[in-house]
Design a binder for this molecule. Structure first.
Ligand SMILES: *Cc1c(COP(=O)(O)O)cnc(C)c1O
Length: 405
């Protein structure tokens, strides 16, 4: 590891899309012109104040930002350590952080003159957010979703249909997020002239990890300003769940240069790391290439990508965004795993104590807070990203309880 890696505080990626040795664009030749065009349009839009003005206007008037930073008084009192603040992405229109990214990318799609939008989805939240923005911008919308996930997240499938999107079931592989992403990339290769690929997390080929991060940074930018106003100081710790890593990088990034702010990324530990049934790519994976970028991946001895598993559809991905791979190796962010059982317990805990149903994904972050807060002092602040609302997960939670009984 060289010195620049050790001090990485979010200044990447370079012009080739590399975060240290991670990232890049390992894609078929046929897609390279489309990726270069996207890089060019994004660079142009990024430098255009009118682009950001429209992005912020949609976030304010349509999405409902800024999202509140709520002091969780009951959780704080019970754990008896640091004060716990919830960054309420669950209160955004469509119920999760995904719409921040969709807002930015639909503006890029329009700028590029595309009328057809495709996306992959796991829990369905990204599919719903994409279908929503496509309705608003009158664009054709096709969502790829694993058949397994369609069964787990039926209400979100119905919502996408209601919004006028076509949902295409993917039966290959484990019929989950990874396979849906493969299918979306296949569609893009075929229809690249007419189609914008609206990728849902901070992974994939350059420039996606960069642009998704920049559209999700609003989470951390707001949280920073809110905690300074409400607590009069920076937090000592940030906690967010990590699927592909977009809500986590969005929260962490504006704080990375603040050495006193510790960051914790929480991966899905499933049935436990030792069981092999999990989605903890950073804790238990190795570097490899998937979906166009070099990053930490779950893989077998031959380097084949292994199947990820989590009770939570949104975390069920064998890879992770390349910037997290660098933040992991540099030690700037610590990655930990939380099991299905702990996440389910945290789901009930936060629902009963605070009157807020957290998404099962977010429940992983909240479960880690139960370990972390008691080790800290009352004069310290923890900000947790409550990445989405948990109504969509009620069936999964009840089914889990029945299976345990
Ligand atoms: C999709 C999703 C996640 C995981 O995705 P990231 O890109 O890691 O943020 C987490 N929480 C919710 C509510 C989601 O919908």
């Amino acid at each position: 590891m060289d010195a620049s890696t050790k001090t990485y505080v979010g200044e990447g990626p370079d012009s080739a899309g590399m975060f240290g040795r991670f990232g890049g664009a390992y894609m078929p030749e046929t897609l390279m012109p489309a990726l270069y065009e996207l890089q060019r349009v994004f660079a142009q839009a990024s430098a255009d104040p009118l682009f950001w003005e429209e992005y912020h206007r949609i976030l304010a008037d349509y999405v409902g930002r800024p999202s509140p930073l709520t002091l969780a008084e009951n959780l704080t009192a019970e754990l008896g350590g640091a004060r716990i603040w919830l960054k309420r992405e669950d209160l955004n229109h469509t119920g999760a952080h995904k719409i921040n990214n969709c807002t930015g990318q639909i503006l890029l799609a329009r700028r590029m003159g595309k009328r057809r939008v495709i996306a992959e989805t796991g829990a369905g939240q990204h599919g719903v957010a994409t279908a929503t923005m496509c309705a608003l911008f009158r664009m054709e919308c096709v969502i790829y979703m694993g058949a397994e996930d369609m069964a787990r997240q039926a209400p979100n499938v119905a919502r996408m249909h209601m919004l006028g999107a076509e949902v295409r079931a993917v039966h290959s592989g484990t019929a989950t997020l990874k396979d849906a992403m493969n299918e979306a990339l296949r569609d893009w290769i075929t229809n690249v002239d007419t189609t914008y690929y609206l990728l849902g997390t901070g992974a994939g080929p350059h420039p996606y990890p960069r642009l998704v991060r920049d559209f999700q940074r609003i989470i951390g930018i707001e949280a920073r300003e809110q905690i300074l106003r409400k607590a009069g100081r920076l937090p000592t710790a940030l906690v967010a769940c990590v699927g592909g890593g977009s809500n986590a990088i969005g929260l962490f990034h504006p704080f990375l240069a603040d050495a006193g702010v510790r960051c914790f990324g929480v991966e899905a530990g499933g049935l436990g790391i030792a069981s092999g049934q999990h989605a903890a790519s950073l804790e238990a994976g190795r570097p490899g290439v998937l979906h166009g970028n070099l990053t930490y991946l779950l893989q077998d001895e031959d380097g084949q990508v292994s199947n990820a598993y989590s009770v939570s559809a949104g975390l069920d991905y064998p890879g992770v965004g390349p910037e997290h791979a660098l933040l992991h190796e540099s030690g700037r962010v610590r990655y930990v795993a939380i099991s299905d059982a702990e996440a389910i317990a945290a789901y009930y805990w936060v629902t009963r104590r605070e009157g807020i149903l957290p998404a099962l994904e977010s429940a992983h972050a909240l479960a880690y807070v139960r370990h972390l807060a008691p080790t800290m002092r009352a004069e310290e602040e923890i900000v947790v990203c409550l990445s989405g609302r948990g109504d969509k997960d009620m069936d999964s939670v009840l089914k889990y309880q029945e299976e345990q009984a």
